[in-house]
Write a protein that binds this ligand. Sequence first.
Ligand SMILES: [Zn+2]
Length: 496
Amino acid sequence: MKFLFKCLPVFLLGVILFVPSALADNSVKRVGGNTRYDTAVLAAKQSWKEAKTVIIVGGSAYPDGIAAAPLAYQKNIPLLYTNKHNLSAGTKKGLIDLKTKNVIIVGGTPAVSKNTENQIKKMGISVKRLAGSSRYATAAKVANEMGRSTTALVVNGFVNADGLASISYAASKKYPILFTNDSTLNGSTANAIKNLGIKNTIVIGGTKSISNALYNKLPNPSRVSAKNRYDLSMKLAKKANLGTSYTYITNGFKEADSIVGGVLGVKQGRAHLLTNGNNLSKETRTYIGDKNMKSFTVIGKASSLSDNVASQLKNPVVGKTVFIDPGHGDQDSGATGYGLLEKNVNLDIGKRLNSKLYSAGALPVMSRTGDTFDSLEERVKKGAKAKADIFISVHANANDNNSANGTETYYDKTYQSANSLKLAQNIQPQMVSALGTRDRGVKTAGFYVIKYSQMPSVLLETGFVTSPIDSNILKQSAKKDRLATGISKGVSSYFK
Ligand SMILES: [Zn+2]
């Protein structure tokens, strides 16, 4: 008893300290109302208990919202939307809750009607409107309101993707966003450049967005272009260099939510990234992995940014580069037995694993995707070149005695010994449970690919092709699919 009493508090302390820090999924918070109006109000309330002044733009007037975003940041005020013809109910309640006294409407009456303006005034709120006869002119008015600036972003006012990706960068630097079309400099924009004293322009998008001829007419121009809106948003997030201890993520095709995400992100000093709404974009994953992000706020309902993307963000494997090396290939069949060639079994499992990991949010890279051969040295080099976070070599076993069967996982102690062991311990039980094979456990061996790979690495022996039991299992697609799911789960839990 005496012994127990002495040990118990130490034991409990250990448990308390250990559990919360380990085995945690990433955190994902969703800010999404029933409508875009409600979402904007909810987002505003994340940052402001009260807002004496608020910007209101038309709920579908995206260029106005994009132009207004840097002004919102500069004035430290929220940006809300309204329905064109009537003040949206959610927005009205938001203005009351935020104790708003002044509203700046950005956009003309085609976006926010005179009737809506009067409804706001009837609430005892004073209204100022920044509007021009076109999106160019409205953006110029907003820029003028921001005051003199040596630098401005120049964005095609008809390419929303470019504008959405620009918000947090422009706002964080307090640069106005001015609009052009693809080839001509609008008079309002030209005047704004002159009147604001702009000496440098940052042109957003490729030559399809803004032609080289137009680019060359701008003061001291530089260009940020990318292969798609996700890539552009990542590049501008890198340039803005905002915090990533938590990050705002929005669907790059949902303008209203993305404008809100940009405004809220920069207010919080945090990066904002665009993604595909159904499947986390590759570029977004890359930045998440580079910065080892673990905490996210997504803007919009599940119909805007899907629960699938939220799950991917929650998965600790998100953004991790996982190198998958299906053993053998081409002239090197590996082990053979019961009509199975190991190289084919490994490739089949490797491809399935690749697909499961990508679905989970990871960035898998394969050493081979067809019946080709690489030396062991080449496989290790490929893993290093991919800057993989972990290395998984997939194999099947063989023995002269056909009674040998079961599943085992190897690691090597040369590099990352503890993490390699941890990876092996996370994967092994998942494989055994998926296949229903004999558990041969986790073992050490200096196999070349795991000995020389400098990241945590394991070599999986999924089963014996020389065993009638295991070979029967390894012939079944459904079993191999379950195996891939199991390995993927093991990899996710390793990163927890
Ligand atoms: Zn092998």
